[in-house]
Design a binder for this molecule. Sequence first.
Ligand code: SF4
Ligand code: SF4
Length: 451
Amino acid sequence: MAEINIMETIPDKMVIPLKQHNGDVCEPLVSKGEVVKVGQKIGECPSDRCAAIHSSVCGEVVSVEESSHPSGNRINSVVIQPVEETECEDFTPFKDSGREQLISVIKEAGIVENYGTPTHLVLNPPDCDIDTVLINATASEWVGHNYETPLEYASEMLDSLRLLMKAAGASRGAIVLRNDDEDSIDAFDGLDYEGKTIMVAPLIGKRRVGYYFNDQDTDIIVVSQDKIYGKNIFEYFTYNVTGRKVPFRCTPASVGVAICGVKSAKALNDLVNTGMPYIETVVTVSGQVNNPQRLLVKIGTSFKDVIEACGDYRGEPAKLISNGVITGVAQYDEEVPVTKMTTSIIVQDKDEVLKDISKDCIHCARCVDVCPVDLIPNRIAALSNQGRFDECRQMHIENCIECGRCSSVCPSKIHVMQLIQYSKEAIARADEDFSEKESSNIKLGCSCGSE
Ligand code: SF4
Ligand code: SF4
């Protein structure tokens, strides 16, 4: 299990964005000059599509103003000058909460998935019933702090799954590990939990979770599969794990599945047992820094301060990327803060920054070979480049999970995934325009076919 260090230094300034999720910006609850405590709510949700924001430090509010954000936008943020003391709000554990109370406290505690959706909406989606909760542990190991033993780690993760199932009203739950994550597999395999022995089961062919729920005669299982990464993995992940096909433009909730990450599962466990809201997160810092590591960081700490805590830049930095080289976002300002959606910070020097010029496709089909969802990326990219979006749709462009494998193997350095993303966005925009338009008959006052 990868070691996680705690960032002990308290920065001179914390910038806590009032939006760290997909949805509406929170309303500030504090103003300049107020003193805040650790865990104090500083951003209120104006709607259900939101997750509350809390202070991660003790200190004085210097301003509430628009600041740089890792998304590339400027977002209204609470700027705090921290003090050494760590006076906390009085946290109340929620050990015996029922389903409705759990959903409400998850929203109030500001728990958010890495991919941006507030966790209360994943577990309690409008107009859908969830029957299965999945914890996707294929992209990262268990996070939060160091555990004394692997047993402690595995037991807490199973407790978290039980809590997520309760909050979702789901009858079944599974933790999905990565096939090559031997530490995690060892931690779970053979563990006694609730009077049963956990057996980590590999997902092979049609042996998906439904098979193992029946085979092991239990409502909680642990399975393993190959790593899946990409921006849009949820339909693919849902099908791989459960065998349920998510309809186009729908979420896994439409087929009764809620997918949570290890961070939100851990945050829920902390919330229920200690009452602590979501104020810190684990960030993997790699690349051109003197001491690359995984750090537990207070939300609102700047990327610059995190890098300093990792021994500063090694040499001259050329590019700073958050959340992965292939699917992440290059940052224009090292002062951007760590948010609930930050998973990694990568520093590249000038030799690593991609400056390749694309050449013509040589039809080598390497992109076809690596595509995990069996698309023909070179063909779709060419059609996208020519604006032939209907033909892209006919080639099932919507199935692309935006993993970037096609771009990374291309010997001609063609930006295959970016062309595909461009076309997907154009198709989505066209569909939106179409659905919002009034009938031209109505506009012209034509009464053909009406009374
Ligand atoms: S088309 Fe490219 S980005 Fe999309 S799923 Fe296939 S390999 Fe991944
Ligand atoms: S990998 Fe690149 S060069 Fe090869 S077929 Fe795909 S797009 Fe063309």
